[in-house]
Design a protein around this ligand. Structure first.
Ligand code: ZN
Length: 269
């Protein structure tokens, strides 16, 4: 584990050590108002941790925001490199970090895919089907940070389907339901398991390295038809707008903070 103490920034590139490893991409310019994954909040995390190195040599970073004690939540921002909606949740957390809980935020677990605006990693493997095989350094980085941080919950952020799912236990169900209700999407679904072969989602892999690990899956709707064009189920795709996805991200951030903090006082049965 490598930890890096933040320094007082004098330029945008010095704002935090993740800057150079977080490429700009088509997400930054996809449609008016779209944003990328670099930290432009003006805020600096209290800790930066290198959790792995991508195939093309980019450091995969986790940044810590909020309380250093109490429940810690792992938030995986981008996993598929051509998904842009997750950037709004990443930005929302940096803009207003939690007070009562801690967040370990991985802005992008797939920086090579982000640079290429491609769903897969540079090995052309879907990182969210690599939960058991761990053939990619990106999936191994997710397992590494899971073992180090031992989160009470992981939030996996994707697009462009427009639903929320839960996996692994009562806190996940409680949070998924609250997030879905906060944005008016109705009930939460089961995030599920990969149905074919030996593949597994990252949350399934996390439950192997951290028994009992719970996860919430957020599928933001798309902000543009040019986003996530390789999404495996075109019939599920929901198109929305930047303004709506941005508002959804803020509402889900606030619901996440509130429900996890409240659960620490009144644990899920
Ligand atoms: Zn995805």
């Amino acid at each position: 584990m490598t930890t890096v103490a933040p320094t007082t920034p004098t330029t945008a590139a010095q704002l935090d050590p993740t800057f150079a490893d977080t490429p700009t991409s088509r997400c930054d310019t996809l449609t008016p108002g779209s944003i990328g994954y670099r930290n432009t909040s003006g805020h600096v995390a209290d800790q930066y941790m290198a959790i792995g190195t991508s195939t093309e040599g980019r450091t995969i970073w986790a940044e810590h925001w909020g309380a250093s004690t109490g429940p810690q939540v792992l938030v995986l921002g981008q996993v598929h490199g051509d998904e842009c909606g997750p950037a709004f949740l990443v930005a929302a957390i940096r803009q207003r970090p939690p007070v009562d809980i801690g967040i370990w935020l991985v802005p992008t677990a797939n920086p090579d895919g982000l640079a290429a605006f491609h769903r897969h990693t540079a090995l052309d493997i879907d990182p969210n089907r690599d939960g058991f095989d761990l053939a990619t350094p990106e999936a191994r980085a997710v397992m590494h940070v899971t073992e180090l941080v031992r989160p009470v919950l992981t939030v996996h952020t994707h697009s462009p389907y427009g639903w929320v799912g839960a996996y692994g236990g009562p806190l996940a169900t409680k949070v998924a339901t609250a997030l879905s209700e906060a944005v008016g999407w109705g009930h939460a679904y089961n995030a599920g398991t990969v149905k074919n072969g030996t593949q597994a989602f990252l949350w399934e892999g996390q439950a192997r390295v951290l028994p009992g690990a719970q996860s919430v899956l957020i599928e933001f709707p798309g902000i543009s038809p040019d986003e996530a064009v390789d999404a495996p189920d075109p019939t599920q795709v929901k198109e929305s707008t930047v303004a709506v996805v941005q508002a959804d991200a803020l509402a889900m951030r606030d619901a996440l903070y509130a429900v996890v903090a409240n659960d620490a006082i009144t644990p899920s049965l």
